[in-house]
Design a protein around this ligand. Structure first.
Ligand SMILES: [Zn+2]
Length: 376
């Protein structure tokens, strides 16, 4: 059965605001209350959504809240980072049912990365009650370059051997459901937009820093892709040309300065005495603090440029670096306020992202569902 644009819009809104009244749906969608009544009846009859509890609307009347029916669909998310790979299965309410992660290095010895990844995935599914044929859509996020057709991983800059991986074709051997591929930073922006803090934000940037740097830029509710799908490659903009050669082949990329391994290298270079920069920071070590200030400033300068170019109303930033080294985050914020145009920073909020380490995998799951709905 084909669904209308309005029906799909209501399905998306119920996904986003899981627990929403018909009146609120009408206000947000601009559809009349009569249309909403008709559409929601159809979606309830077909078990896409369901009625939950009644809440008071403040005027003595009670309104019923609508939810996604968790049983209706099952989605699979795959988050391929430079360091970790995550698999997760979620129900139609975007609740994670099963999840697993492993080191990307475990796939280093395999020549055919796509096949190796698929083998791991089949093992993961084998440990659940869910068969490949039970999955309704798959979302794959990758910390790297994806071709314009969104079928092939062109390159993962900080991992060797991940060039020209025709991942969709490989996965089609096992799965008959639709499979959607995109860059990981964009997935994180989608997670923020659909389920996180950016539900009502049209212009924002999502940034994640761990063992690599990814970002997603959403302008006027549209993800920025660029002419060859390379846009938002924040980790590989030049931040200090003296900072050495990056794994991508360029010199002085932001990733050469501010990922976890790079911070450790810098700590050793400056002759720090502690075993790790995190341990040193926790003991108020002077070198660790200086590195946080220097690298926070470098990131702040990079983001100031982004703020001036795109004028977002929010930057959602996350990753283990900020949890472990909060001063770095403070210095980043301070630099942005200092460097970016004051008319742009006036309306800018800089916040931690909604899902922390889970941002990428929740993004991949959400991406699967959103694309799935759009094709209904
Ligand atoms: Zn680079």
């Amino acid at each position: 059965m084909k669904y209308t644009t309005s029906e799909k819009e209501i399905l998306s809104l119920v996904t986003t605001y899981n627990g929403i009244s018909r009146k609120q749906l009408s206000e947000i969608s601009d559809l009349s209350q009569a249309s909403i009544t008709k559409i929601t009846k159809k979606l309830i009859d077909e078990q896409f959504i369901m009625e939950g509890e009644r809440i008071s609307n403040g005027l003595g009347r009670k309104e019923v809240l609508l939810y996604s029916n968790p049983q209706k669909f099952t989605f699979l998310g795959i988050d391929i980072g430079g360091y970790l790979v995550r698999f997760a299965l979620a129900n139609n309410s975007m609740e994670i049912l099963h999840q697993e992660e492993f080191f990307m290095a475990e796939l280093d010895d395999y020549k055919n990365k796509g096949e190796a990844l698929l083998e791991r995935l089949v093992l993961f599914l084998g440990n659940t009650q869910i068969l490949p044929s039970n999955i309704d859509a798959i979302g794959i996020g990758v910390t790297g370059l994806v071709d314009k057709e969104q079928k092939t991983i062109l390159n993962i800059p900080n991992r060797k051997g991940w060039d020209d991986i025709q991942i969709i074709d490989t996965f089609k051997q096992t799965f008959s459901c639709p499979i959607f591929l995109d860059e990981g930073g964009r997935m994180m922006a989608i997670a923020e937009k659909t389920l996180g803090k950016a539900k009502e934000t049209r212009d924002f940037i999502s940034v994640q820093i761990g063992f690599g740097i990814v970002s997603g830029i959403m302008i006027n509710d549209q993800l920025l892709r660029g002419s060859s799908n390379v846009s938002s490659l924040l980790g590989h903009i030049t931040a200090d040309e003296n900072a050495g050669r990056c794994l991508c082949g360029n010199y002085g990329c932001l990733e050469n300065i501010i990922t976890f391994p790079m911070l450790e290298i810098e700590y050793k270079k400056r002759k720090g005495q502690y075993a790790s920069i995190v341990e040193a920071y926790e003991s108020n070590d002077k070198i660790a603090i200086e590195i946080c200030i220097d690298t926070g400033r470098a990131l702040g300068i990079a983001l100031s440029n982004v703020v001036n170019l795109f004028n977002p109303s929010a930057i959602y930033i996350g990753g283990p670096i900020f949890d472990a080294l909060p001063l770095l985050f403070e210095e980043t914020k301070r630099t942005i306020i200092l460097r970016a145009n004051r008319f742009a920073t006036l309306t800018l909020s800089l916040e931690e992202n909604s899902f922390g380490q889970q941002q990428g995998i929740i993004g991949a799951l959400t991406f699967a569902k959103i694309n799935f709905i759009s094709r209904l």
